[in-house]
Design a protein around this ligand. Structure first.
Ligand code: F6P
Length: 540
């Protein structure tokens, strides 16, 4: 790949800066008035998803310039490099191949001269056999009881994806089983997760890519003690604990038989791992066939991303629009608002995916960037958010682009709920875009004094993402959409979206503070604030 000009020195960046200063004076009301087909023009479809991006402060030339930006930043070459298995995670010298996790059995993806696809399918097959045995009651606990409870112990990517997918796919899950997720190194998380469970019927999945993460290891040790308190015999561990990891040595040292370990690879980042063996709890919940349907959904979006032209490419469009707002409209956050209760953990999942990936201040070459990068992603399901923070999105001083996500069909067609739900979603996007003018309020007879308070400026951008129904395949497409949007943003900004050095310092400092909290006599050599806080907490 030839060297591309840095992001803020590309011709497209300079043109976009000028163009955006002009666009800032445009209003969505006028853009829609001038082009009555806008709502049908600025749409794209792929992998079962429909994206309406007409309610963005853009015109045809915005899209042309964004397309040029993608070209000048060599986006397609970077996409090809990722799919080819190049070591694009340069600071860790690793390939980035979550796309291989959902590649069909006959695909070929080479890493270090070896096709990784057969290994991926071997693990999937092993997971499937295990899931069938547990779900079918063949795999029994140490005392012969059927396993009814699954407790996933993991944190970050080893928790957020599994818990999100479990919640999202509950309609497809085994309703006679209980699924719990323990992540925090707060004993309350573990205590509440197991308080009503019978150890004879409980299987723990210790999910950790490294198998060294403090929180997960602490909770896994607690789980072993808890299980043995009932089961007594250490041999019981083999029937009640399985591991998902890349670190076989540490799994063995913990006492889990490697035969009960489901592996993955260093080319799968933690936040990109929910469709690897890290998804074992998901497979236990929904069964192998639905899990594979989810992988097909991921793969369909991968293929769309790899092959569709930039301006018909959903992740590229979403990624470029994010760059447009972050770098030319001073946007600092993006709200993700799923109008589907089953997606209640989707925003939390996206927080790690987006912010651990693009929360970077240096380029891949180690130069400090001179422009903003990753925005804050946050959100809650609608309509709940409407009665909480939407006030700020409608009338606050910050511009917060929103992603609305909705489905044509609900899994629970009760009363008129679904129409109410979708109407609210559409109404929010309409209100944000078009607002309510002074003249409208006067016409309605609103008291002059109240008009400033009741005015809606509008011109607040949003995307609407629709699909037929929230199924395993749709969920896969939706996740891959955001994965590749994050990738697109990272390429444009020239940062490495696949390392996470920013989490290290806190981990090191915590290890130093642990004995200082536990031993009141230990000398304290921190700053005066940390010292005083430790002294206060030591009193416990
Ligand atoms: O601390 C951050 C992190 O490394 C994430 O990237 C990762 O998903 C999480 O911790 C958990 O890591 P592991 O799966 O190795 O326990």
């Amino acid at each position: 790949m030839t060297t591309a000009k840095p992001f803020d020195r590309t011709d497209a960046y300079l043109s976009l800066s000028l163009h955006a200063s002009a666009m800032k004076h445009k209003h969505l009301r006028d853009l829609f008035r001038m082009d009555s087909d806008r709502g049908e023009t600025y749409v794209a479809q792929g992998a079962g998803l429909y994206l309406d991006y007409s309610k963005h402060i853009i015109a045809d030339n915005t899209l042309r310039l964004l397309e040029q930006l993608a070209e000048q930043r060599q986006l397609s070459e970077h996409i090809a490099a990722m799919f080819r298995g190049d070591k694009i995670n340069s600071t860790e010298d690793r390939a980035v191949l979550h796309v291989a996790l959902r590649a069909p059995r006959d695909a070929t993806i080479m890493v270090d001269g070896q096709n990784v696809v057969p290994e991926v399918h071997a693990v999937l097959d092993k997971m499937s056999q295990f899931a069938e045995r547990v779900r079918g009651g063949e795999w029994r606990g140490h005392t012969g009881k059927r396993i009814k409870n699954i407790v996933n112990i993991g944190i970050g990517g080893s928790d957020l994806g599994p818990v999100m997918a479990y919640e999202a796919l509950r309609p497809f899950s085994a309703r006679d089983m209980v699924f719990r997720f323990v992540s925090n190194v707060d004993g309350s998380d573990f205590a509440e997760a197991v308080r009503d469970l019978d150890a004879n019927e409980t299987l723990f999945i210790v999910a950790s890519k490294t198998f060294t993460t403090l929180e997960t290891m602490a909770n896994a040790n607690l789980a072993r003690q808890w299980a043995l308190a009932t089961l007594s015999d250490p041999a019981a561990i083999a029937k009640h604990f399985v591991a998902v990891s890349t670190n076989e040595k540490a799994v063995r040292e913990f006492g889990i038989d490697p035969a009960n370990m489901f592996g993955f690879w260093d080319w799968v980042g933690g936040r990109y791992s929910m469709d690897s063996a890290i998804g074992l709890s998901t497979m236990l919940a929904i069964g192998p066939a639905h899990f594979r349907a989810m992988l097909d959904g991921f793969h369909a979006m991968d293929e769309h991303f790899r092959t569709a032209p930039y301006l018909q490419n959903l992740p590229v469009i979403m990624g470029l629009l994010t760059v447009y707002y972050v770098n030319f409209f001073e946007v600092g956050s993006i709200a993700v608002l799923p109008y589907d209760q089953y997606l209640k953990r989707f925003p939390a999942y996206l927080q790690q995916l987006t912010m651990e990936s693009n929360g970077k201040s240096v380029t891949r070459e180690g130069e400090r960037v001179g422009y903003p990068t990753g925005p804050v992603y946050w959100g809650e399901p609608g309509t709940n958010g409407q009665h909480s923070f939407h006030q700020l999105i409608h009338q606050g001083t910050a511009r917060i682009p929103c992603d609305f996500i909705g489905f044509k069909h609900t899994h629970n067609p009760l009363g008129e709920h679904h129409a109410f739900l979708l109407a609210n979603m559409l109404a929010q996007a309409e209100a944000l875009a078009f607002g309510k003018t002074y003249e409208q309020l006067r016409f309605e007879g609103v008291n002059e004094d109240l008009i400033p308070h009741r005015l809606f400026d509008g011109n607040r951008p949003s995307s609407t993402i629709l699909a037929d129904q929230l199924t395993p395949a749709t969920l896969g497409s939706l996740i891959a959409l955001y994965e590749h949007s994050v990738f697109t943003q990272g390429v444009i900004w020239g940062i490495n979206s696949f390392d996470q050095w920013g989490v290290e310092l806190g981990k090191v400092l915590a290890k130093r503070i642990i004995p200082e909290l536990q031993n009141p006599a230990a000398p304290l050599r921190h700053d005066s604030s940390t010292n005083a806080l430790i002294r206060y907490l030591r009193q416990a």
